[in-house]
Ligand binder design. Structure first.
Ligand code: C2E
Ligand code: CA
Ligand code: CA
Length: 397
C-alpha cells in the first residue's frame, strides 16, 4: 500500500480487507497524572494480515483516504471498539480519530448515531478526535458536524494541538472539550524553553476555557513530573502504556489492584494562575483578565490593558464595569445562562478603538466547586496571523 493514486484494484483490495475484518482497533490508555487512573483509551487502527503481521496506520490511512474508504474503515473499527469498551469496568471513555475529510456532512454523524444505538453504547463515553486542519477546509460544514456530534452527547478533542493554524476565535465557539498537546512539544520540553511555554499556555488556555488538556507522547518520568508542575492533569504515552489489543486493554484495567500513591499536580490559586497565564498570554491579539467573585480585576495581561486602553497597574482592583462599562449588563445576561444550567456563550465586545474582541467568560472554581472568580478571555477579531516565540505561526484567526 504505497502512496500514489489508487486504482480500482487497490481500492477493491482495501475494501476486501475491511470486509474480511483484517483491521482492528488497538487501545492506548489516557491516564490521570495525579493517580495514574486510566480515564479512557484512544482507539488506533492496525492491519493484521492472515499471517499475523501488524501494520501501523501510516501505511494504510492515506490510501484509505484517497480511496474514499475511511468511513467504512471507521465503521468496522467502531463496532469492535464499542464491544471492547462495553467490557471495561469503570465506563472509561473511548476516543476515536476522525480525519478532516470525514467531516463533510455526509456520513459520519448518522453512522455514529446508528452504530451506538445498535450496540447500546452511551455516546457520552465517545470522544471524537479531530485535527486543526479540519477547520481549515470548509469551516461551516465542519462546525455543523462538530455541533451535531456534540449534540448527540459525544465529547470533542482537538488532536495534535499547537501544530496547525487553529483559529482561537473558532475554538472558543466550537463545543470542544479537550485539547491534546502534540507530542513534539513533550519530546522537546526538557531542553526547550519555548516548548514548555507553549505547553504551559495550552494548559492555561484549557483552564480558562474549561477544557481538559491531555499531553501526548509522554515517555519519561521527568516529562510526567514537569507536566505535573505545569498543572497538566492528563497524559498519554509509552510511559503509561503502548497501544494494545482489546483483550490486553481489559487485562490492563483488571491488573491494577490499587491506584498507587497520589502525585501532586500543581493546583494554582487564582492569583498564581492569573500570573502564570497572563505572562503566557503575551501573544498579540489574545487578552486575559481574572476577576474575583465580586467582579474586581485581580490580574490582567498587558494585552488586555492595551485593548481596553488602560495602564496595566491602574486596572488592578477596579471593577470590570469601570473598565468596560458594557460588561455590567453582559454579566447579568450571562447569569441567566448559569441559572438555566447552560455554559456561558461567547459574545462580542466593541473596544474603545472601535475594533472588537470575541470574549469568553468562564467560572474558576476550586475542587469543592466553590467560586474563586472569573476568567475573561478575549480574542481580537481580525485576520492577523500570530507567531509564537519559535517564529512558527501556531494560532491565527
Ligand atoms: P495520533 O492520533 O496523534 O495518535 C498518536 C500516535 O502516537 C499513535 O501512533 C501512537 O501509537 C503514538 N504514540 C503514543 N504514545 C507515544 C509515545 O510515547 N512515543 C511515541 N514515539 N509514539 C507514541 P499510530 O498508532 O501509529 O497512529 C498514527 C496516526 O494515525 C494517529 O496519530 C492518527 O492520526 C492516525 N490514526 C490512527 N488510527 C486512526 C483511525 O482509526 N482513523 C483515522 N482517521 N486516523 C487514525
Ligand atoms: Ca489522535
Ligand atoms: Ca495526536
Amino acid at each position: 500500500m504505497k502512496p500514489g493514486v489508487e486504482n480500482d484494484e487497490t481500492r477493491e483490495l482495501l475494501r476486501q480487507r475491511i470486509k474480511l475484518g483484517e483491521f482492528h482497533p488497538f487501545f492506548q490508555p489516557i491516564v490521570s497524572l495525579e493517580d495514574l487512573r486510566v480515564m479512557g483509551f484512544e482507539m488506533l487502527a492496525r492491519h493484521i494480515s492472515p499471517e499475523g503481521i501488524v501494520t501501523p496506520p501510516s501505511d494504510f490511512i492515506p490510501a484509505m483516504e484517497r480511496s474514499g474508504l475511511l468511513d467504512e474503515l471507521m465503521l468496522s473499527l467502531m463496532v469492535q471498539g464499542f464491544k471492547i469498551a462495553a467490557t471495561w469496568p469503570e465506563q472509561q471513555f473511548l476516543s476515536m480519530n476522525v480525519s478532516p475529510s470525514q467531516l463533510d456532512g455526509r456520513y459520519l454523524t448518522e453512522t455514529i448515531r446508528h452504530t451506538a444505538r445498535e450496540f447500546q453504547f452511551d455516546l457520552a463515553r465517545l470522544k471524537i478526535e479531530i485535527t486543526e486542519t479540519a477547520l481549515l477546509n470548509d469551516i461551516n460544514t465542519a462546525r455543523t458536524e462538530i455541533e451535531a456530534l456534540s449534540g448527540m452527547g459525544c465529547t470533542i478533542a482537538m488532536d495534535d494541538f499547537g501544530t496547525g493554524y487553529s483559529s482561537l476565535a473558532w475554538l472558543i465557539q466550537l463545543p470542544v472539550n479537550t485539547l491534546k498537546i502534540d507530542s513534539s512539544f513533550i519530546r522537546s520540553m526538557l531542553h526547550k524553553k519555548d516548548s514548555r511555554k507553549i505547553i504551559s499556555s495550552v494548559v492555561g488556555l484549557g483552564r480558562s476555557l474549561d477544557m481538559d488538556v491531555i499531553a501526548e507522547g509522554v515517555e519519561t518520568e521527568e516529562q510526567a513530573e514537569m507536566l505535573r508542575g505545569i498543572g497538566c492533569l492528563y497524559a498519554q504515552g509509552y510511559l503509561f502504556g503502548k497501544p494494545v489489543s482489546g483483550a490486553e486493554s481489559c487485562r490492563m484495567l483488571n491488573a491494577i489492584p490499587h491506584k498507587g500513591s497520589l502525585r501532586r499536580v500543581a493546583r494554582l490559586s487564582l492569583d498564581q494562575r492569573a500570573h502564570q497565564i497572563s505572562s503566557m498570554y503575551a501573544i498579540p491579539g489574545t487578552s486575559i483578565c481574572f476577576l474575583n467573585p465580586e467582579l474586581v480585576i485581580v490580574d490582567a495581561s498587558d494585552t488586555f490593558a492595551e485593548r481596553v486602553g488602560w495602564a496595566p497597574q491602574d486596572l488592578i482592583h477596579k471593577y470590570i464595569y469601570e473598565v468596560i462599562p458594557s460588561q455590567a449588563e453582559k454579566l447579568l445576561w450571562l447569569q441567566e445562562f448559569r441559572l438555566k444550567g447552560l455554559p456561558y456563550p461567547p459574545y462580542e465586545v466593541v473596544l474603545p478603538d472601535g475594533s472588537s474582541d470575541l470574549v469568553m467568560v468562564t467560572r474558576v472554581e476550586d475542587e469543592a466547586k466553590d467560586l474563586l472568580g472569573f476568567c475573561v478571555f478575549g480574542v481580537k477579531m481580525s485576520d492577523t496571523r500570530l507567531c509564537y516565540p519559535t517564529g512558527r505561526p501556531i494560532w491565527s484567526w
